[in-house]
Design a binder for this molecule. Structure first.
Ligand code: SF4
Length: 238
C-alpha cells in the first residue's frame, strides 16, 4: 500500500503541475478504470482540468451508465463530444454500419469519424491533455512516457498513470470507493465501443478483447496515432 501511496502522490504532483503550468488543460476520459482514478484525483482536488469523454454512438450501456455514476458520486457532469452526424452518415452509407470488421483500414475509418475527429474538437485551443494510458496495457504502450510532446495536436500530453499496474488501479478504486464500469467485473479489463470489445479469457492480454479480429500491433484507435500510424511521440523529461 505504501508503494501505491507514493504513486498517488506522484500522480497528484503531475496533475497539479498540468493545472498550474499548462492551462487550459483537459482530461480525455474513456470512463474505464484508469480514467476513474484520474477523475477521482482531479475532482477531489478541485483541479481546473476539464473532463470530457467521446460518445461515439456505439458505447455499451454500462459505459454510458458511468456518466450517471459520476454525476451521483461527485455532482459533476462529464462533457461529451459526439461525431458529426454527416460524417457518420457518409461512412455508413458508403461502407455499412459494421464495416470495421472487414479491414483495418475500414476500422480506422470508423474510429476516425467517431473518435479522432471529435477528439480534435475537444482539444482545440488547449495547451495540454491528460490520458489514463499505462505502459502495462499493451505492447504498443510499452515505452509510454509520463510527458510527451504531442506534435500532432500541438500541445503537451500527460500520462500520469504510465507506471501504474493493473493492481495499483484496482487497489486505489477499492480503497477510495471510486465508481467504475460494471463490465470490468465481467471479464472486460479494457472497454471500447460495444461491437469492438469482448470479454477476455484468464491469462489473455488485457487488450485482447479490443478489435480481437486484428493483429496486436494495429490495436490503437487513432487517438494516440498520427496519420494512422503508431508513433513514438517525443518524450519530455518530467
Ligand atoms: S471502436 Fe469500433 S465502433 Fe468504435 S469507433 Fe472504432 S471501429 Fe467504430
Amino acid at each position: 500500500m505504501s508503494e501505491l501511496n507514493a504513486r498517488v502522490d506522484t500522480t497528484r504532483a503531475i496533475l497539479d503541475r498540468v493545472a498550474r503550468d499548462f492551462s487550459p488543460a483537459v482530461f480525455a476520459s474513456s470512463l474505464a478504470a484508469e480514467d476513474m482514478v484520474l477523475t477521482d484525483l482531479i475532482l477531489k482536488a478541485g483541479l481546473p482540468i476539464a473532463i470530457f469523454s467521446l460518445e461515439t454512438g456505439r458505447l455499451p450501456k454500462e459505459t454510458l451508465a458511468v456518466l450517471d455514476q459520476v454525476k451521483a458520486h461527485y455532482g459533476h457532469e462529464i462533457e461529451l463530444f459526439r461525431p458529426q452526424p454527416q460524417l457518420v452518415d457518409d461512412y455508413v452509407s458508403k461502407n455499412g454500419l459494421n464495416a470495421f470488421y472487414e479491414s483495418v483500414e475500414l476500422r480506422k475509418g470508423c474510429c476516425y469519424v467517431r473518435k479522432v475527429e471529435p477528439l480534435g474538437r475537444a482539444l482545440a485551443g488547449k495547451r495540454a491533455w491528460v490520458t489514463g494510458q499505462r505502459r502495462a496495457q499493451s505492447s504498443t504502450r510499452a515505452e509510454l512516457a509520463v510527458q510527451e510532446d504531442d506534435t500532432a495536436h500541438g500541445m503537451q500530453k500527460f500520462n500520469p498513470l504510465a507506471d501504474w499496474s493493473e493492481q495499483d488501479v484496482w487497489e486505489y478504486i477499492r480503497a477510495n470507493g471510486v465508481p467504475y464500469n460494471a463490465l470490468h467485473d465481467r471479464g472486460y479489463p479494457s472497454i471500447g465501443c460495444e461491437p469492438c470489445t469482448r470479454a477476455i479469457q484468464p491469462g489473455e492480454d488485457v487488450r485482447a478483447g479490443r478489435w480481437w479480429w486484428e493483429d496486436a500491433d494495429s490495436k490503437e484507435c487513432g487517438l494516440h496515432l498520427v496519420d494512422g500510424k503508431l508513433i513514438r511521440i517525443k518524450s519530455v523529461a518530467a
